[in-house]
Structures are given as structure tokens and as C-alpha cells.
Ligand binder design. Structure first.
Ligand code: OSB
Ligand code: MG
Length: 374
């Protein structure tokens, strides 16, 4: 396909409520969107980098630079036929996976439209609905957390994930379990613990959590493997898994029993499918993580979640949990059973609200192919 233009935008979108993890609080999102125009069609991709380089090395600003100066020009001069061509095109750029994913996913988005099939189908999805959970940030008080859980359970969500850190863990799990002995509960530490905490983490077993997500270092397999031997509760890796090779190493070393797949963290749909397949072949279930995405990233997460081995509820939930107004139409909604229906229409299944995007745009840059060729 001929790439006519790549338009990069930064949108400022306030969250409906602040989201706190072990590494900080997010109140306002700076969302990077890539719009790729090709032969009369428009594909969209979202960069899931955070405002600060705390979840990974990337941030909104590093991704902007890398897309404008490296990845955008590479893509515009290459005429990819498939989303799957992008990893080869971007091969010389090390890392910067969230920046790469924004462009690669926009090409898949375009390809689905060009082929006249749903993005889910193009990716190899088999599900008609995907099971949903929610990720609940650290709260000012346990009472506030309990009332949030009550609301999410009433909405139908199938799994509650609690962000945790030293000082916001055992006491919290105790109060939640006392009130709801049977709900599916998990926790996510975002690397908040160290080896001195092993006995403490082992005490989480009492709460029968579905999993403990990324308790130790963001770049570790070895110590997670040691920790897993001491736990009943399965470890799920998030930050540590960047590609299929990482997934194979983690599974082989028994560093985890479950894998969280995030499109940005692994560099786009191609590698996400590769991680999914590697895990499936080895009997390791996966689920789709979230990065407080706008509707575009959310639509892509939904399509990815339709693959067969996404058997556990993901962190992909309704637009209204994040945004007063989402940038897609219709907004993402979740049924009383805690499921999102996969659209069968061609493309991503959600229209993009260009007028609203224009209003939320804080900066914009156009990368035109003809200015780069020759
Ligand atoms: O580790 O899953 C995480 C949000 C930002 C950064 C990291 C994570 C998260 C979430 C939120 O847990 C998931 C969501 O609701 O989008
Ligand atoms: Mg996580």
C-alpha cells in the first residue's frame, strides 16, 4: 500500500478519576495517536507510552521523537503490504516498542479495512465476546476501595485486580476477602517488591489470588523463577515480557504461569500474536493488559483479545471508566455478564470521532511521504 501521509498527534485527555500504581499517579493522559492515510483509507494507531518513563523506558516525548525522526520516515518510504511487514521495516531501531506499535497497529487497522474484514478476523481471532476484568488503583482508603469494588462487581466485571505495594497489600486483601470470599481476585505490584519480601509475598497465598502480577524487578526472570517455587499463587509477568523469546525464556525457567500481553510493550500486533502462540503451545494462558488507552488503543486491545488463548479476563473495560467522552463511536461498553462483544464489521469496529480528536489535539505533525523519497 502507498503511504500518503502519517499524522502524529498528542491529545490531552483528563481521566475520570486518578489512577495510582506503585510507581505514581496519573490524572491527565497525554495520548499519542498515529493516523496513516493510504489510497483513500485511514488507519489509526495509539502509542501506549506513559507521560513519564516509569512503566517502561519510553514516554510520550521519546515516542514522539522516534516516530517523527526514525519510524515515520522508514514506514513512509517502504510501502508495506501487511501490518506484519513492520517489524522488518523498523528492524534497525532498537527497543522503542510502544512507538513502533503505534505505527504497526495503524497498518493492521488499514489492512483490515482494505480487505473488508474485521480486525479481529485479520488477526486470527475466534471469539465473539471477550471476558473483562478491571484494574483498581491504590486508593486513599480501604473504605474507598471497597466501594469501588462494589460498583465494578455490580457492573458485571468478572475479575478484580488490585494494584498493590508494601503497605497496601495484606491488610487490603484481608478486608476484600472478608467481604467477598468468592470473587476472582488478583494483584499487580508493578515491581514494588524485593527479595527481602519473599516471605511476605508468600503470605498472599492465604487470599487465593488468581495471580500476582510482576512482583519483582521489571527486567527479571531469574528471581521470579525462585519466587514462583515458594508460592502457591501463580505469577503473571507483565513488564518482563517484550517478545516471543522473552515469553519462551520465562516459561522455560518457570518464572510465571500466566502472561499479560500488552500491544505497546511487545511492539505491536505481530509480536503480540507470536507471544500468544508461543504461550498457547506450552499451555500458558494469556490475557490482554491495559495502559489507560483511549478508544483507539482499546478497540485494538479488544480485537487482540479475540484470539483463542486469551482465556482469562483482561484489563480491557468500558470507555466510561476512563473518559467523560471517548474518541470512538460507539464507546466501548461491557455487558451485565462482564463481556465485550466483538464487532464483525470491516476494520476496527468503532468509528473515530475526528471532530473530538481535533478539539483534544495539543500538538500535531505531518510526515509526508513525498518529502522523504529521494
Ligand atoms: O501494570 O497493568 C499495568 C496502567 C498503567 C500502567 C501499567 C498498568 C496499568 C493498569 C491499568 O493496570 C489497566 C487499565 O485499566 O488500562
Ligand atoms: Mg501490570
Amino acid at each position: 500500500m502507498r503511504i500518503d501521509a502519517i499524522i502524529l498527534r498528542e491529545l490531552h485527555m483528563p481521566l475520570v478519576r486518578p489512577f495510582e500504581t506503585s510507581f505514581g499517579v496519573t490524572t491527565n493522559r497525554r495520548v499519542l495517536l498515529a493516523e496513516i492515510q493510504s489510497e483513500g483509507l485511514t488507519g489509526w494507531g495509539e502509542c501506549t507510552a506513559g507521560e513519564r518513563p516509569y512503566f517502561s523506558e519510553e514516554s510520550t516525548d521519546t515516542a514522539w521523537q522516534v516516530i517523527v525522526h526514525e519510524l515515520g520516515p522508514m514506514l513512509a518510504t517502504e510501502s508495506p503490504e501487511h501490518g506484519g511487514d513492520c517489524p522488518r521495516i523498523f528492524h534497525h531501531v532498537r527497543g522503542n516498542r510502544m512507538a513502533k506499535a503505534a505505527l504497526e497497529n495503524a497498518i493492521w487497522d488499514l489492512e483490515a479495512q482494505r480487505e473488508g474484514i474485521s480486525l479481529s478476523r485479520l488477526l486470527g481471532g475466534v471469539r465473539e465476546t471477550v471476558p473483562c476484568g478491571v484494574s483498581l488503583g491504590i486508593q486513599p482508603s480501604i473504605a474507598e476501595l471497597l466501594s469501588n469494588i462494589e460498583r465494578e462487581l455490580a457492573s458485571g466485571y468478572q475479575r478484580i485486580k488490585l494494584k498493590c505495594k508494601p503497605g497496601w497489600d495484606v491488610e487490603v486483601f484481608e478486608r476484600v476477602r472478608n467481604r467477598w470470599p468468592d470473587i476472582t481476585l488478583s494483584c499487580d505490584a508493578n515491581s514494588a517488591y524485593r527479595l527481602r519480601d519473599v516471605e511476605h509475598i508468600a503470605s498472599f497465598d492465604a487470599f487465593e489470588l488468581l495471580m500476582i502480577e510482576q512482583p519483582l524487578w521489571h527486567d527479571d526472570f531469574f528471581y521470579h523463577s525462585m519466587l514462583q517455587k515458594r508460592l502457591q499463587t501463580p505469577i503473571c509477568l507483565d513488564e518482563s515480557i517484550h517478545n516471543r523469546r522473552d515469553a519462551l525464556a520465562a516459561i522455560e525457567a518457570e518464572s510465571c504461569k500466566i502472561i499479560n500481553i500488552k500491544l505497546g510493550r511487545v511492539g505491536g500486533f505481530s509480536e503480540a500474536i507470536a507471544v500468544h502462540n508461543a504461550a498457547q503451545e506450552r499451555g500458558i494462558p494469556v490475557w490482554c493488559g491495559g495502559m489507560l488507552e483511549s478508544g483507539i488503543g482499546r478497540a485494538h486491545n479488544i480485537a487482540l483479545s479475540s484470539l483463542e488463548n486469551f482465556t482469562l479476563p483482561g484489563d480491557v473495560s468500558a470507555s466510561a471508566r476512563y473518559w467523560a467522552e471517548d474518541i470512538i463511536e460507539p464507546e466501548v461498553t461491557v455487558s451485565r455478564e462482564g463481556e465485550i462483544a466483538i464487532a464483525d464489521a470491516p476494520g476496527r469496529g468503532y468509528e473515530v470521532r475526528s471532530d473530538l480528536i481535533e478539539r483534544l489535539t495539543a500538538r500535531k505533525e505531518m510526515i509526508r511521504a513525498y518529502e522523504l523519497v529521494g
